[in-house]
Design a binder for this molecule. Structure first.
Ligand code: ADP
Ligand code: ADP
Ligand code: MG
Length: 485
């Protein structure tokens, strides 16, 4: 049964490349890294068994260059490719190219990626299997259609205009009133064209007090599909997640069951294999949930699911890609922890503008209940060309309070980063905020509380540390040499 994988090329960089390599090391599978010119000394390059230079800094010349990626695999004698997240992970043409080159694609089938990558097709599929979708219109070419729909269906502002091919929170415009409509529509279309080369948009009612809840699913080639429960990723900035937790604090067990089995129903319908995530938005005022989209790849926040279930999702992806059966059934999955993740982006915590340069100091947190996923080491550069994510801090405890306490310790006592700005001060303010602690927040939490959060910043002062050391040295010299020295 199945094929052997002898060597895996990871078509990515940073945190995700390093994460995939950890599992490969566990399994004694050699790895190939790819790198652009500014990444020649990057963490993932040192970690791999071999490394291939694939081009210059702009993603189109390196990490998005499909031909170079395939050539690198062949040149390095790799026989499988894992795409990580971002870059080519949800590119169905690339998945097909990998297969056509005789290599193993570690992900869902190209056809599934294609169907689910299109938000119209995905929504149609959801409706077909009776999964609730956000009220809206799918084929929109002019503003008049939107007005007609709003009048006919008695929809009130705000509404959301979304790129059909969108992802990563981009190509999404919220419209508050009629006056903004014409300009917002034009802006959404031009952004969609620029970012995704496709100017199709869809329109939806904007869900106020929304909470983002998603279900992790894994499937094999024999029709076995199992969910690994849900994650809540409501704390977002610009429609991008920055804090995630599992389980979700906003649903009860009945709703949890319903969401998880709804996700399975959808994924079974499309014949899903490998790891994937069904995203929902939950309206906490009406207690209704709606399908958002499916991410056909490993997600940034998969680690919290691994901590609560004890599974290795990258390992499952590799096994499924080699034709193995899932080694468990639904009844075998018993989460027994609460896990929390924060995304330590290299960004100014006051305004989210990217920060890059050399990490001059990096003291990585330790202690019970902590898992760190780093994409860079002390002395490494954060180049300006790519995603700002460079480290994930994940904590776990027996309940939500425990996981938050460990995260507080991790962010406030153990972490030292110098040379680049990070979101750490903001992340700490959020997890200390009474509303966060009470589990009462919506996707607009950050925009609504930004001033409050910034006022809670405690700038860490490295001078305090120097003083502490100086005092210690002074004490020792005053005491003179001790017997233990
Ligand atoms: P992407 O492909 O960029 O991830 P999603 O459709 O998954 O796009 O949406 C990302 C985020 O944008 C959601 O988690 C949610 O916060 C917000 N969002 C998307 N659609 C709506 C909506 N109709 N109403 C309110 N918020 C929305
Ligand atoms: P997930 O859905 O896995 O939680 P996101 O939707 O936030 O994560 O994005 C997944 C990955 O897509 C990011 O880590 C990054 O690699 C890429 N990505 C997201 N947003 C952007 C962006 N604005 N520019 C470039 N890449 C992005
Ligand atoms: Mg999404």
């Amino acid at each position: 049964m199945g094929k052997e994988i002898r060597k895996i090329l990871i078509a990515n960089r940073g945190v995700t490349a390093v994460r995939v390599m950890h599992t490969c090391r566990d399994r004694k599978i050699p790895t190939t890294a790819v790198y652009s010119t500014p990444d020649r000394l990057a963490h993932h390059v040192f970690m791999a068994d071999s490394a291939v230079h694939i081009g210059e800094a702009p993603p189109a010349e390196s990490y998005l260059n499909m031909e170079k990626m395939i050539a690198a695999a062949i040149q390095s004698r790799s026989d499988a490719i894992h795409p990580g997240w971002g870059f080519l992970a949800e590119n169905h043409k690339f998945a097909q190219m990998v297969i056509d080159a005789g290599l193993t694609w570690i992900g869902p089938p190209p056809k599934v990626i294609e169907a689910l990558g299109d938000k119209i097709q995905a929504k149609n599929l959801a409706q077909k299997v009776n999964v609730p979708t956000i009220p809206g219109i799918l084929d929109v070419t002019n503003v008049e259609q939107i007005k007609k729909w709003m009048k006919h269906d008695k929809v009130t502002f705000p509404i959301m205009i979304k790129a059909v091919a969108g992802g990563g929170g981009r190509g999404m415009v919220k419209v508050e009133n009629t006056n903004q409509l014409v300009q917002a529509f034009a802006q959404a279309r031009s952004e969609a064209m620029k970012s995704f080369g496709d100017d199709r948009v869809l329109v939806e009612k904007y869900i106020e007090r929304g909470r983002h809840i998603e279900v992790q699913v894994v499937g094999d080639e024999y029709g076995n599909i199992v969910h690994l429960y849900e994650r809540e990723c409501t704390i977002q900035r610009r429609n991008q997640k920055i804090i995630e937790e599992a389980p979700s604090p906003s649903i009860n067990d009945d709703l949890r069951k319903e969401l998880c089995f709804t996700a399975i129903r959808l994924m079974r319908e499309i014949g899903y294999t490998s790891a994937g995530t069904v995203e929902f938005i939950f309206d906490s005022s009406t207690k209704k949930y709606y399908f958002l989209e499916v991410n056909t790849r490993l997600q940034v926040e998969h680690g919290i699911t691994e901590l609560i279930t004890g599974l290795d999702i990258v390992g499952i992806m590799i096994d499924v890609a080699t034709g193995k059966k899932l080694p468990f059934k639904q009844a075998d999955i018993h989460p027994n922890r609460w896990a929390l993740e924060v995304r330590l982006n290299a960004e100014d915590p006051r305004n989210f503008s990217p920060s890059f340069g050399t990490i001059t100091r990096l003291q990585v947190p330790q202690g019970p209940g902590v898992r760190i996923a780093a994409g860079a080491y002390e002395g490494a550069d954060i180049p300006p060309y790519y995603d700002s994510l460079f480290m994930l801090l994940i904590t776990a405890g027996s309940d939500r309070g425990d996981a938050i306490r460990v995260m507080d310790r991790t962010l406030s006592r153990n972490l030292r980063i110098e040379g680049v700005k990070t979101l750490a001060p903001l992340l700490l303010s959020i997890i200390r905020h009474p509303a966060f602690k009470a589990g009462e927040f919506s996707t607009r939490f950050i925009e609504e509380n930004m001033k409050d959060l910034v006022s809670m910043f405690k700038e860490k002062n490295s001078e305090d540390e120097v003083l502490k050391i100086a005092r210690y040295v002074a004490e020792i010299s005053a005491l003179g040499p001790q017997s233990w020295m």
